[in-house]
Every structure is written in C-alpha cells, then in structure tokens.
Design a binder for this molecule. Structure first.
Ligand code: 2HG
Ligand code: ZN
Length: 448
C-alpha cells in the first residue's frame, strides 16, 4: 500500500476511529507537540486517545497498514524529546492518558498491575494503601506516567537501593506495530522460560511497541527515615562517605544526592527555600536511610555515623531532619533544582553516569574544562551520586547576557561526552535518547 499523505491519512483515521479517539484541535495539538523544555517544537498529524489495549491494537494495525508513523506519549515530562513528534506534520501522537486504571494490587505477592497512563504518584499511593512501597520516585512524579517511566527506564532518587524502573518490573503488556498484543503481566519472580521479552520494551522509548500495562514489584513500606544534609570537602569525600553509610547502616541508604552550592543558591533565589548549612563548602549531600521496622531507630544510627564522619573530617557540617516537615523541606530543595535552573535562564544539560570510583576525578576535569572554555556559563552539577549519575548542567551566566550559551551547545556537549567516554561512562544515564541524543548514540555506541 502507498503511504498516505497527511490529509488523507487524517481523514482515514477520523472516519475509522471518530473524533472521540482522534483529536485534531489546534489547542490540543499545540500542547502535545513540544517537549516540556520547549527545545524541540514539532507538529503532530493528530492525537490518538485510546481507551483500551484493543483500541491501541486497532490504531497501530491501521497506522501500520497506512504507514502512518506513531509517537507514543506519556506525561510529556521527558528531557530528550522521545515522546513528541517531529515537525513533518505526518506523525500521530498516541497518548495513553485515558488508560489509567490500577487493575489490581496483590500485597501478599508484593505486586500490582497498572495501566500505562497511571500517574506515578497514584501508583505510590495505591501501594501505600496496602502498607507497601513502590520506590520509583522522581521530581515529576505528580505528572509523569508509568508508561513513560517504563519506556525510558526512569531512574530517580531511590535507585541506589531499589534499582531503576527495569529492576522494578515483573511483567508487561505490549502492543506491537502490527497490532499483535504480547500479554505477559506475570507476577512471578522466577520464570526461566526462554527469552525475557520485557527487557526489549523497557527503555526502548516506544520504538518496538507500545506498553499498555505493567506488573510491578512492591516492597515493605518504610516506617522510619533518617534524613540529613551534610557539607563535604570534596566529591571524593562524598564517595567515601557513601561507602561508610552503606556499610554502617546495614546497606539501608536509599538516597545519596549531590547538591552543589550553586544549586542551593539557585533554589534560594528563585523559590525562597534555604538550608542553614556551612557556606564554606562547595558541595553538600542529601542522604537518606530508611527502615520498614517502626521500632528501628535508624535516624539515631545515621546521627552516630555522621558524628564519626565529622571526627575524621569526611564531613564538615551536618543538619539532621528533626521532623517529617524538615525532611520534606530538604527534599523540596533537592527536587526543585531543575525548576530553579529553568527560572534562572537557558541551560545546557548532560545526564551522565560514571563508575563511582572515578566520579571525583571526572568532576574535577570536567569542571576545569567548563571554567576555561565556557565563560558564558556557570556549572550546576548535581544528582544521584549514589548511582554514579550526575546532571552535569551549565546555566547561562547573567554577566554575559547577549552571548548565547545555547548556541554553543553542540560543541560543549561533545567535549563533556567525549570525556565521559574516556572514563567509560554513559552519555545518557537515566533520561534516554529521544531525538535529543541520536547523534550521541551513533558516536558512542558499539557499532556491532
Ligand atoms: C533530576 O534529577 C532530574 O532532578 C532532572 O533527573 C535533571 O534537570 C535535570 O538535568
Ligand atoms: Zn535525575
């Protein structure tokens, strides 16, 4: 069959599925055609809003026959433009947002089955309602959807203890491009029956099929937390501190986040939230240990581990959250770094990961490079040190208004990613490829 041109493709979609399922209004299309950072404006043919797996299957089969490209979209909170159309006007965006049912929760099996359009926060709440924990947690959890989390293998702030989305997945339901459905919503921990097809679709960004539902792992609900912001003399000390906290807490560190002074200043300036920690140190860490045992004084354990670290000079200051309110205030600061960065102006972002034992050396070399070569920017390097994942971001500096940092993005990105490659790291730790990093994939991935 000949590929359908845009107008005839749209006419055929509308007559087959109706305006209930195929939205075409300019307002609606404007919102779904650009990524949330508005760096990749696109133009969609239309928006498909299927209500069931069989409707997804019918639409994909139809589009496959007519050669209409389909771009699946979750909450559109991604950083790499994986869920938005190009500017050809020929691509059908398929949002899974109407498929947002929690199909079942099985506390004794420590699992639940959810549809792709479920908002991450709702899944966390469903788990909590049966005294269980779904540990995937990220700043956009109030609006991102599990379909997007799965398709990008999202990471977040608890990877250190619980793993990435891939590690939290027991089974999937996926519709292939020709409309066939792979229904594998297993809740089994052990299933050695040949190929593990799930892994092809997790992190595949919708290139191999559309995930419509997933069976996910649950854990005992943490009942007590020890949370602290500490000042460390260097990133090297931070890495050493992590090892000490892991060993000393019975490996119960769930988060270990690097917060540079520049990020704390941005959050204070743009969101009015501040933390009263020694201003002399360039680096801070937000760390959290947690226990599902309500009688376990895990916060006291953290306090004594930090005291020991202070005596040896591994940390220079520490603030322990004394209440749930203080704990949320600490997390508010961490989670709002991207928002504060956005409010401050344009930025060039690198979502990289390194072997943890080479992280400090990388930060030193890459920071020196930025200072020497990017006078129009300043570094805001933060992130999930516990996983070796840094958001090595550079913001436009106010003093050099007029000179555009963004215009230099390709050159800056190349230098940083080449250095990452030298350290055997990854140019995409947790945000994916999308349209943003296709060239990087071609440059750095193994050609075989
Ligand atoms: C985070 O860790 C997100 O806050 C966003 O992954 C990172 O904005 C970024 O670069
Ligand atoms: Zn992150």
């Amino acid at each position: 069959m000949m590929p359908a041109g845009p107008s005839s493709a749209l006419g055929q979609l509308l007559s087959r599925f109706g305006s209930e399922v195929i939205a075409t209004s300019a307002d609606v299309l404007a919102g779904i055609s650009v990524d949330h950072r508005k760096l990749y404006p696109g133009r969609a043919l239309a928006l498909a809003l299927p209500r069931s797996t069989s409707e997804v299957a019918d639409i994909l089969k139809f589009c496959n026959a007519l050669r209409i490209p389909v771009v699946p979209q979750g909450g559109n909170t991604g950083y790499c433009a994986a869920g938005t159309p190009d500017d050809s006007g020929t691509q059908l965006v398929m949002s899974l947002r109407r498929m947002n049912r929690i199909r079942g929760v099985e506390p004794l099996n420590n699992s639940l089955v959810v549809e792709a359009g479920c908002i991450l926060k709702e899944i966390q709440r469903a788990a909590e309602s049966v005294d269980r924990y779904f540990p995937l947690s990220l700043g956009s959890e109030g609006s991102c959807t599990i379909g997007g989390n799965l398709s990008t293998n999202a990471g977040g702030v608890n990877v250190l203890r619980y793993g990435m989305t891939r590690d939290l997945t027991l089974g999937l339901e996926v519709v292939l491009a020709d409309g066939r459905v792979i229904s594998s919503l297993s809740a089994l921990r052990k299933d050695n029956t040949g190929y593990d097809l799930r892994q092809w679709f997790i992190g595949a960004e919708g290139t191999l099929g559309v995930i419509t539902a997933a069976s996910l792992k649950l854990f005992p609900l943490p009942k007590r937390h020890g949370t602290a912001i500490v000042a460390v003399p260097s990133v090297k000390d931070a890495v050493e501190l992590l090892a000490k906290l892991r060993a000393g807490s019975g490996d119960r560190v769930s988060s270990f986040e690097l917060l540079p002074r520049a990020a704390l200043e941005l959050v204070e300036r743009h969101l009015g939230a501040r933390v009263d920690i020694s201003a002399s140190s360039h680096w801070c860490i937000l760390c959290e240990v947690s226990s599902s045992d309500a009688d376990d004084p895990i916060e006291e354990r953290l306090a004594s581990l930090l005291e020991a670290a202070m005596e040896t000079g591994l940390i220079t200051d520490a603030l322990l959250a004394q209440s749930e309110r203080e704990r949320s205030a600490f997390w508010f600061i961490r989670e709002n770094i991207p928002e504060a960065q956005r409010r401050d102006g344009p930025s060039v972002k690198h979502d990289v990961s390194l072997p943890i034992d080479r992280l400090a050396e990388f930060v030193d070399r890459a920071s020196d490079w930025v200072v020497t070569h990017v006078p129009e920017g300043f570094l805001v390097c933060y992130g999930h040190v516990g996983d070796g994942n840094l958001h090595f971001n550079i913001n436009q500096s106010g003093e050099t208004a007029g000179k555009s940092l963004l215009a230099r993005e390709p050159e800056i990105r190349r230098a940083i990613h080449d250095l990452v490659q030298e350290y055997r790291g990854s140019f995409s730790a947790e945000h994916g490829i999308g349209r943003h990093k296709v060239a990087e994939l071609e440059r750095y991935a193994d050609p075989v």
